[in-house]
Design a protein around this ligand. Structure first.
Ligand code: PLP
Length: 327
């Protein structure tokens, strides 16, 4: 159980025992899904625990809260401190950090602009969203559930309620034996996974759905685009069709929880030879060195946690997608 893996949860300034980290059963967020959150990873590095792109996650949390009219009584600096304090109180590494903004008091009126807005930060051991072997490739199903249009709900926000859609698509794919779903947008173009962005490779160029497909603008997506461009790989965000997906040379997902997961099969169509392709492997190699603190060029993406043990374990080299992957 998650509650037993976490020791303490930061709740509005207090470090509460995880077993006591409750909210009211009549809370507005529980009933209507009006809350916003982030998923963030903290990695062991040679210079101590480091949170990946913390400032960008905090900025996205603030944007999500603004879109959902959840006036947070904390500024960016205070949220950073709350996250550092939750990470230190739990000492879990590598960890998955989950800050969440919510209205936790009893209130069943839907149009609730007055209820107290709270922040909680939980820390649990990091896992791979698409399975511990997802770096070798995952099978994905084109989902019958489409992404809601941003005219319906602001899909750019990482909001609790948006994940009802991810839940339905993900469960449908899982019940059909797939690791993940690929959702299309309202116009039938590719959008994203249930908790990841999507990339295709064709003739050495990287393509990814853009904002017009109502995706969440992933921080891993942004990182991968920058890494790829630095490697000399052209990156083109654009509208992408199912045809382009089924005929791509390589396909992969990116996300904080999933990290980088090559896609080996889409709805019974093999992608390439079913193994992670050369472009995917090249980008993965750099990405995994970045998060391990071994790429000085991207050191600015790692936020060292003050007060954390500097005796953190030296990271062991990660398993690469396949032998002979590009260095
Ligand atoms: C729907 C959705 N798309 C994309 C992503 C990837 O975003 P990020 O790389 O910032 O984790 C996530 C995860 O947060 C997500 O839930």
């Amino acid at each position: 159980m998650l509650a037993t893996q976490a020791k303490k949860v930061w709740m509005d300034g207090n470090l509460v025992d995880a077993a006591d980290a409750h909210i009211h059963v009549l809370s507005h967020t529980f009933h209507y899904g009006v809350g916003v959150f982030e998923g963030i990873r903290c990695y062991p590095t040679a210079t101590g625990p480091a949170i990946f792109r913390l400032d960008e996650h905090v900025q996205r949390l603030l944007t999500s809260a603004r879109l959902y009219k959840l006036p947070l009584p904390y500024d960016a600096g205070e949220i950073v401190s709350a996250i550092e304090s939750a990470q230190n109180a739990n000492g879990i590494l590598p960890s998955y950090i989950r800050p969440i903004v919510y209205r936790g008091e009893a209130s069943l009126g839907v149009k609730n602009l007055k209820g107290k807005v709270s922040l909680a930060v939980a820390v649990i051991p990091a896992r791979k969203y698409l399975g511990e072997h997802s770096e070798d490739g995952v099978r994905a199903k084109i989902s019958p559930f489409r992404k809601p249009h941003s005219d319906m709900i602001p899909t750019f926000a990482k909001a609790d309620g948006n994940y009802i859609n991810s839940y339905l698509a993900g469960v449908d794919a899982a019940q059909d034996g797939y690791e993940e779903a690929i959702l299309l947008d309202q116009n039938g173009y590719l959008a994203e996974g249930t908790g990841e962005n999507l990339f295709l490779v064709r003739d050495g160029t990287l393509y990814t759905p853009g904002l017009e497909s109502d995706i969440l603008l992933g921080i891993t997506r942004d990182s991968v685009m920058e890494i790829a461009r630095d490697l000399g790989i052209p990156v083109v965000p654009k509208l992408l069709s199912v045809n382009e997906l089924l005929t791509a040379d390589e396909v992969f997902f990116t996300g904080t929880y999933a990290e980088i997961a090559p896609v080996s099969e889409v709805s019974h169509y093999a992608v390439g030879n079913g193994k992670p392709g050369p472009v995917t492997r090249k980008v993965m190699e750099v990405f995994y060195r970045v998060i391990a603190g071994r790429e000085p060029k991207y050191a600015r993406w790692l936020h060292l946690v003050p007060g954390a043990e500097r005796t953190a374990p030296i990271p062991t080299p990660r398993r690469t997608a396949s032998k002979g992957a590009a260095a």
